[in-house]
Write a protein that binds this ligand. Structure first.
Ligand code: BG6
Length: 469
C-alpha cells in the first residue's frame, strides 16, 4: 500500500484521535462452555431454538478470540489501532451471574488487557453487551431489581480487577436493544411483547448504569466511565406539525429515553407524560432518581448505523392491540434513500454529524466518540482477489463518507475524540450469525477461522498513521 502524502490530506484529525474498532464477548470469544463459563441467554436461546439463527450457527461458533487473541491483537496493531473496545462476558466471570467468581475468566481478561497495552492499544472495556447470564434471566433478568444488585457487584469486581490498567469503561452497549428485542419486537430472548416489562427493564438498566458509575467514582480510579448508545436521528417526513410531533416522540422513545438520563440525569418530559397518562410508569424506589441524577457519564460512545424516518400515523391505533411506542408515529420510507441492501439499513452519512451537533448544542458538548459505525455485507468472498485479499472498496467509501461528516462536526466544535469501526474481524452476530460481514479482517470459518486483512484494513492503517485521509 502506498503511504498517503501528508500534503494531500484533506480531512485531518487531531493527533490524539482514537482509531480502532469495537467488538463484544459473545460475538467473538467462542469457548462458550469452556473453562467454567456459565450460560448466557444466547447459549440458551440457541439450544432451544437454533432455527432462529442464520444457517443454524450459534454463539459457540464465533471467531474464537478466546484462543486467538494474541494473533488478533498483533493484527490490530498492524492495521493502526491505538484503541479497541471489547466487552467482558458477565457469565464467564460469574457463571451464575453472582456468587462464585471464575478465576479462569480473570486470567483470560488479564491476558487480553495486558496484551493490548503491550501492543500500545488502549483497551476500552464495556460491561454489558446484550449477554444476560441465564441464571439471572431465569429470575426475571433486568425486569427483576435483584439483577441491578448483581450487576453492581459484577461492575465493582471488574473495576477492582482491571481498573488499574483500563482507563475507559462503559456500563452498557446499546441498552435499548435488549428492551426492543426482548420485550417489544421479538428478536432477543426472552421474546416477550410486553410494554410494561419493557419500561421496567429500561428503567432498571438506566439505574444499574448510574449505580455502576457511582461505585466507579467512589473507587477513585484514574479513568473515565461512560455508556454506549445507538443514536438514530428521527427525521420527520415534512415540517407539518403532525410529522414534527411524530419525530419528537420517536426521538423521546428511542434516543432520549437513555441519552437524557445518561448525560443529564433526567428523563424526557414528553416520555414521562405518556407513561404517566397511560399508566406505564415503572416501579421506582426512594432514592433512585437522585442516584440517576447525580451519576451521569464522563464519556459517551455513539453507535450510528442508520437514521429513523417518521411520519404522523396514517390510522389511529387499534385500542385492543398491545401498547407499543409505534402508536405515536409510523415509519416513513423516503423515496430515493441510499441503502445497504444486504442489511436493509439506510445509509445516511450526514446523520453522524447531526448527532454530534445535537450533543454539542443540547448535551453540554459531552466528550464522545463514534463507538460503532459499519457496513455489513453478505457474500464478501466474491471480492477476494488473486492475492487472497478481499477488496471491500464499498467499506472504504462508507467509512470515509462518515468520517468526512465527523470531521465537519469537529471543525464546528464537536467534542468527538475518535472513531471505532464495527468491527475488527468478521464475527457472529446475534440472530444473523455470519450472514453479514463487518470486519477489517475476514475470518474463514472453513479454515480454522483463518484471518486475512481486507483492503479496508490496510486503508485504515494509513488513515490512522496520517490522522486523516
Ligand atoms: C450493533 C451492536 O447494534 O450493531 C452489535 O452493538 C451488532 O452487537 C451491530 O453486531 C451490527 O448489527 P447486526 O445485527 O447486523 O450484527
Amino acid at each position: 500500500m502506498t503511504r498517503i502524502n501528508n500534503e494531500s490530506i484533506q480531512f485531518k484529525f487531531p493527533e490524539d484521535f482514537w482509531w480502532g474498532s469495537s467488538a463484544s464477548a459473545t460475538q467473538t470469544e467462542g469457548a462458550a462452555d469452556l473453562d467454567g463459563k456459565g450460560k448466557n441467554i444466547w447459549d440458551h436461546w440457541f439450544e432451544i431454538e437454533a432455527n432462529r439463527f442464520f444457517d443454524g450457527v450459534g454463539p459457540q461458533d464465533t471467531s474464537q478470540f478466546y484462543y486467538k487473541y494474541k494473533e488478533d491483537i498483533q493484527l490490530m496493531k498492524e492495521i493502526g489501532h491505538n484503541s479497541f473496545r471489547l466487552s467482558i462476558s458477565w457469565s464467564r466471570l460469574f457463571p451464575e451471574g453472582k456468587g462464585e467468581m471464575n478465576e479462569k475468566a480473570v486470567e483470560f481478561y488479564n491476558n487480553v488487557i495486558d496484551a493490548l497495552i503491550a501492543a500500545e492499544i488502549e483497551p476500552f472495556v464495556n460491561l454489558y453487551h446484550f449477554d444476560m447470564p441465564l441464571a439471572l434471566q431465569e429470575t426475571g433478568g433486568w425486569n427483576n431489581r435483584e439483577t441491578v444488585d448483581a450487576y453492581e457487584k459484577y461492575a465493582e469486581t471488574c473495576f477492582s480487577l482491571f481498573g488499574d490498567r483500563v482507563k475507559k469503561w462503559f456500563t452498557h452497549n446499546e441498552p435499548i436493544v435488549p428492551v426492543e428485542g426482548g420485550y417489544l419486537y421479538d428478536f432477543h430472548y426472552p421474546n416477550e411483547v410486553n410494554f410494561r416489562k419493557a419500561v421496567q427493564v429500561a428503567y432498571h438498566t438506566i439505574l444499574s448504569s448510574a449505580k455502576a458509575i457511582k461505585i466507579y467514582k467512589s473507587m477513585k480510579l484514574d479513568g473515565k466511565i461512560g455508556i454506549i448508545l445507538n443514536l438514530t436521528p428521527s427525521y420527520p417526513r415534512s415540517q407539518h406539525p403532525a410529522d414534527l410531533k411524530a419525530s419528537v416522540l420517536c426521538d423521546a422513545f428511542f434516543n432520549r429515553s437513555f441519552l437524557d438520563p445518561s448525560v443529564k440525569g433526567t428523563f424526557p418530559t414528553e416520555l414521562v407524560d405518556i407513561l404517566k397518562e397511560e399508566g406505564y410508569l415503572p416501579v421506582i424506589e426512594d432514592g433512585d432518581l437522585a442516584i440517576i441524577n447525580e451519576n451521569t457519564v464522563d464519556l459517551l460512545g455513539v453507535n450510528y448505523y442508520q437514521p429513523r424516518r417518521v411520519k404522523a400515523k396514517d390510522n389511529l391505533p387499534n385500542p385492543d392491540s398491545p401498547f407499543m411506542p409505534d402508536r405515536y408515529f409510523d415509519n416513513y420510507i423516503m423515496p430515493g434513500r441510499k441503502m445497504n441492501v444486504y442489511r436493509g439499513w439506510e445509509i445516511y452519512e450526514k446523520g453522524v454529524y447531526d448527532i454530534l451537533i445535537n450533543l454539542k448544542e443540547n448535551y453540554g458538548n459531552i466528550e464522545c466518540f463514534i463507538s460503532e459505525n459499519g457496513m455489513g455485507v453478505e457474500g464478501e468472498e466474491r471480492f477476494r482477489n488473486e492475492d487472497g485479499m478481499i477488496e471491500d472498496d464499498y467499506r472504504i467509501d462508507f467509512i470515509s463518507e462518515h468520517l468526512k461528516w465527523v470531521h465537519k462536526a469537529l471543525l464546528e466544535g464537536s467534542n468527538v475524540k475518535g472513531y471505532h469501526l464495527w468491527t475488527f474481524m468478521d464475527n457472529w452476530s446475534w440472530s444473523n450469525a455470519y450472514k453479514n460481514r463487518y470486519g477489517f479482517v475476514s475470518v474463514n470459518l472453513d479454515k480454522d477461522n483463518e484471518r486475512t486483512v481486507k483492503k479496508s484494513g490496510y486503508w485504515f492503517k494509513d488513515v490512522a498513521a496520517n490522522n486523516g485521509f
